[in-house]
Design a protein around this ligand. Structure first.
Ligand code: NAD
Length: 494
């Protein structure tokens, strides 16, 4: 019996007994078999979450008590870090060492929110009247659907689960159907830590089957979603009827600007990492290189050489530097994206095809790819490939670099390299993206907000705002010396 759905404090199989095999992107072997929920299971999970929320079983805990719970989950995650990383590496095909870094980030996320929960969130407002006490209080938002992607499966879910728990929400988690194992492990730890029954629920299955109730049931107060733009738009449409609150972390096509006065060696090395880390399957990947014309040839030549040297390999290949794409359909999508780029005039300098290494024959390996001579009218510059594909554009002036960096519907992240700190600061300020790195690309910390401008999303995760997404704000006005308002005349019984 496969019972990997967690509903109302119990591990259950799907109501129709359905299961789903998870395949390794490295060699297509089956790495796990998990339950595949039905819509009836989703409705049961929503019912459990609603009942637990409305009962007050968790909302009655203080922030400090819920913070202690989240800190305990962090301890348990740390205890099981290696075992969870192995599951995530199996599901995603990423190297075990990378998965271990990711789970360490999950622990840091839980610790951040545990600490944040101890801060005083409520405040008094001076309304200028001695007889009035005015207070702003924060309350748990309600029942939330938490839907995650496959690229950083547990981390993206942790950014939602940890603040939801600190806030006192009840929730239903749905990880990507491609990468469910680490979410199952997390739910076991949430149970072990002593979370009240019905607060945390886990649903597994594809969005096409289990998504609709999660995003449209009237009993769900908010959907927090990380994934692609198209799915985000579907979720927005579903939110209209009940004016449901949304938190959306969507795609990115992130500009990485290198000025001629940059530390070129460092910029080149970071450009390679920014574009090809996790084979480009990173929402904030720096896949849009925007380089000053005078250094274009030198920079691109070096990046092409480095890209051609990147070693691909599976989870346990100790010589590998990055892994496969997540699935056959994703590999096909990336291949078509590159073909389209070439057809619209880009110059293919390296990569542009599957790995021909016999060791990769059964996996979804695509070579790091650089497309030169690109411009903002091209599909390959405007759309996210979510694969190891760097496009290159050139600029002459600072204004041009800024205009190019902002010529996108996305606004998730960007980078700027220059030794002129005033210029770098001007560009950082002018770029309309949620995170800007100056002379760096990629690092983040849970203490700092993360999220997108424009079509990269709505709201923020992490930082202090990341907790605020799960809280309602209430103003309580108390008149300590009641008197008549005197607005309307009392004319007696005339
Ligand atoms: P996706 O949109 O295909 O799927 C994401 C999740 O949504 C999955 O769990 C999927 O099952 C579910 N889903 C699909 N259709 C649904 C529906 N109709 N209703 C409810 N749920 C549904 O995205 P993906 O391919 O898993 O992830 C890649 C995308 O995620 C990229 O665009 C990437 O940029 C983005 N991403 C963004 C961030 C960020 O922080 N902004 C982080 C990671 C990934």
């Amino acid at each position: 019996m496969v019972a990997t759905l967690y509903i109302d404090g119990a591990w259950r199989q799907a109501s129709d007994g359905g299961v789903h095999d998870v395949h390794s992107p490295h060699d297509q072997s089956v790495v796990a078999t998990v339950s595949q929920a039905t819509q009836a299971d989703v409705l049961a999970a929503i019912t459990a979450a609603r009942a637990s929320f409305d009962s007050g079983v968790f909302t009655s805990w203080s922030f400090a008590e819920r913070s202690a719970l989240v800190a305990k989950i962090a301890d348990l995650l740390e205890r099981d870090l290696k075992a969870i990383a192995k599951k995530e590496s199996d599901d995603t095909g990423k190297r075990i060492i990378e998965a271990e870094y990711d789970i360490a980030d999950v622990v840091a996320t839980f610790r951040h929110f545990a600490a944040l929960g101890l801060k005083q969130h409520d405040r008094s407002v001076d309304v200028g009247l001695d007889h009035v006490t005015s207070k702003i209080v924060h309350e748990p938002l309600g029942v939330v659907s938490l839907i995650g992607p496959w690229n950083y499966p547990l981390l993206q879910i942790a950014w939602k689960v940890a603040p939801a728990l600190v806030a006192g929400c009840s929730f239903i988690v749905k990880p990507s159907e491609l990468t469910p194992q680490s979410a199952i492990a997390l739910m076991h730890l949430i149970e072990e830590a002593g979370t009240p029954k019905g607060v945390a629920n886990l649903i597994l299955g594809p969005g096409s089957v289990v998504g609709t109730p999660l995003i449209s049931d009237s009993r769900v107060d908010m959907v927090s979603f990380t994934g692609g733009l198209n799915t985000g738009q579907t979720i927005m449409k579903a939110a209209v009827e009940h004016v449901r609150r949304l938190a959306l972390e969507l795609g990115g096509k992130n500009p990485h600007i290198i000025f001629a006065d940059a530390d070129i060696d460092a910029a080149i090395d970071n450009a390679v990492t920014a574009a090809f880390l996790h084979s480009g399957q990173v929402c904030s990947a720096g896949t849009r290189l925007i380089v000053q014309r005078s250094i274009h040839d030198k920079v691109v030549k070096s990046i092409v050489r480095r890209a051609g040297q990147i070693r691909l390999g599976g989870p346990s290949d100790l010589t590998a530097e990055t892994g496969p794409l997540i699935s056959k359909s994703h590999l096909e999508g990336v291949s078509k994206y590159v073909e389209k780029g070439v057809a619209e005039g880009a110059t293919l300098l390296v990569g542009g095809k599957r790995s021909e290494d016999p060791a990769h024959a059964n996996g979804w390996y695509y070579l790091p790819t650089v497309l030169d001579n690109c411009n903002t009218k091209m599909f390959c510059v405007q759309e996210e490939s979510f694969g190891p594909v760097m496009t290159v554009e050139v600029f002459d002036t600072e204004q041009e670099a800024i205009a190019l960096g902002n010529d996108t519907v996305f606004g998730l992240s960007g980078g700027v390299w220059s030794t002129d700190s005033a210029k770098a600061a001007r560009v950082a300020s002018a770029l309309r993206h949620g995170t800007i790195w100056v002379n760096d690309f990629g690092p983040y910390r849970p203490q700092a907000e993360w999220g997108g401008y424009k079509q990269s999303g709505i709201g923020r995760e992490l930082g202090e705002h990341g907790l605020g997404e799960y809280l309602e704000i209430k103003h309580i006005w108390t008149n300590n010396s009641p008197s008549k308002s005197g607005w309307f005349s009392d004319r007696g019984d005339e």
